[in-house]
Design a protein around this ligand. Structure first.
Ligand SMILES: *Cc1c(COP(=O)(O)O)cnc(C)c1O
Length: 500
């Protein structure tokens, strides 16, 4: 299996795509020939999560042997890294609604689903490409990617990782998780600015020739753990497939019966993985893209215009506070019928004017499978309160956005198939919002708030968070965006000094 760029016919091997992340022409890698309609319930039933992963990933990472993939998958999805032996359990709310819980990994967010496996894929790709430079993963995060990437890469030989997060844009718990990160090959900084600033500044460092030449001279190669990398995206297909198998196994749907999914969306990686699962044969009818007040995607699915020139909001669901959705380009590639010249033109529009538009015909066609919706922070808190009081189930703010969008659809009579909500984080990552939603009052220390929530709900405190409070802060600095380049260069020097 080769990968090709969304913006040209440039083709590369899986190991090259894993190692380099972004195509030379600035596009993103997609499978050059998509394995369509290859999956069926009959072939998947009675398989564990790990076995489903082996089947799904065998279509894409053909550069590794069955045995190699199996070992990587077993190292990623096991009871050291996941608190639930099913890896991705399905929670049933009522006969019409289920929730796929993606938050039982080490950092309690769905980013763990891919980032538990990604370091294995990357280091194996490095070997295959005969790349002996040290890798430096540069990552901008809206909160959860950073921590999951840090945990995935900490002390992994031949790799180093540097994370930038918006100082005011992450939850107190997310901030502590990153500031207290352990490991000898890690570096974390807050920046003054929002996620889009962090992402775009980092992209500039990444593609800056002078910086790359400097790193190269020091024996270092930049790579990325952001969700543009195929090693992030493709492992996420697996949980859509396992969701389907669980739905049939538990009698929620019949074999082959279509269902809808609602996905709390930021960079469009999660929902795109669902779309890929559908292409592989999983009977998903509608993808509902749920946004918070930064509703650039919800508006797109309404109007066909992607307009990022708008006010940016800091919300209760920080991991979705994104205006430039990096994986959206891959979606556009399929909207364009694999016409890379069209994608390149759309991306040029977006870069130059902050806006792009699909045709009325294209909009009509994509709306057969996709729609969008959004709710604000007040509604998000109300949804958390309602779902907890009616069903005893505690939602995190991101998942609550998806739930709110689902409820609105149900009111409009649009929720006609069995629906699955993708639950992307553990509620305990966001104590202030949960305390607010359940009217439990606010405290200065997020851990004190967790204690209050735990004693009220009886939901136990995950070990990773219980241990976090006592750990020392290692990375407390905040810098200006303009200082990011120098920070990267300094870390390059430190890595060089450590290894050469
Ligand atoms: C990253 C994240 C999202 C958004 O996922 P995308 O793949 O970027 O669309 C939603 N919720 C949580 C909790 C996240 O960490």
């Amino acid at each position: 299996m080769d990968f090709r760029s969304t913006r040209s016919s440039e083709k590369v091997s899986p190991s090259y795509a894993l190692l380099h992340g972004l195509a030379q022409d600035g596009g993103l890698y997609v499978p050059s020939v998509f394995p369509e309609g290859v999956l069926s319930y009959t072939d998947l039933k009675n398989k564990k999560y790990q076995e489903i992963a082996e089947v799904v990933l065998s279509y894409f990472f053909t550069n590794f042997t069955d045995e190699e993939r199996k070992t990587m998958i077993e190292n990623a999805y096991n009871d050291v890294n996941f608190a639930d032996s099913r890896i991705v359990p399905l929670h049933s709310i009522d006969t019409a609604l289920s929730i796929t819980e993606l938050f039982h990994g080490r950092t309690l967010a769905f980013k763990d689903m891919a980032l538990s496996l990604f370091p294995y894929l990357l280091t194996a790709a490095k070997k295959q490409e005969k790349e002996d430079r040290e890798i430096l993963i540069l990552t901008a995060t809206s909160g959860d990617t950073g921590k999951a990437a840090l945990e995935g890469f900490k002390d992994v030989e031949g790799t180093n990782i540097m994370v930038f997060y918006p100082s005011m844009g992450v939850s107190p718990m997310q901030k502590q998780q990153m500031q207290k990160q352990e490991g000898n090959n890690v570096n974390v900084s807050a920046i003054h600015g929002n996620f889009d600033d962090a992402q775009s500044f980092l992209k500039r460092v990444f593609t800056n020739e002078e910086v790359n030449a400097y790193a190269n001279k020091k024996g270092i190669l930049f790579s990325s753990a952001n969700s543009i990398n195929v090693g992030r995206l493709l492992p996420q297909i697996v949980y859509y497939v396992s969701t389907y198998v669980s739905l049939v196994d538990s009698g929620c749907i019949e074999e082959g019966e279509a269902f809808d999914v609602v996905v709390p969306t930021g960079n469009f990686g999660n929902i795109l993985a669902g779309y890929f699962a559908k292409k592989m044969g999983i009977p998903i009818a509608q993808f509902i893209c749920a946004s918070n007040e930064n509703k650039v995607l919800a508006d797109f699915f309404e109007t066909g215009v992607y307009d990022m020139k708008r006010e940016f909001f800091t919300t209760a669901s920080p991991s979705m506070d994104i205006l430039l959705s990096s994986n959206f380009e891959r979606f556009l590639f399929y909207v364009a019928g694999a016409d890379s010249a069209k994608v390149a033109a759309w991306e040029k529009d977006l870069q130059e004017t902050g806006k792009m538009a699909v045709s009325a015909e294209e909009l009509k066609s994509l709306r057969e499978e996709f729609s969008g919706g959004w709710i604000d922070d007040d509604e998000t808190r109300a949804v958390i309160n309602h779902v907890y009081n009616d069903f005893g189930y505690l939602l995190d703010p991101h998942t609550a956005v998806a739930y709110g969008v689902y409820l609105n659809r149900r009111k409009q009579g649009l929720a006609q198939r069995h629906t699955v909500i993708m639950a992307t984080a553990h509620p305990y990552k966001f104590p202030p919002v949960i305390c607010d939603a359940l009217a439990l009052g606010q405290k200065d220390n997020p851990f004190d708030m967790l204690e209050t929530i735990a004693s009220c709900t009886g939901i136990y405190l995950p070990k990773a968070l219980a241990e976090l409070e006592m750990k020392p802060v290692r990375f407390a600095n905040t810098m200006e965006k303009e200082e990011m380049k120098q920070a990267v260069l300094s870390f390059v020097d430190a890595i060089h000094a450590e290894h050469m």
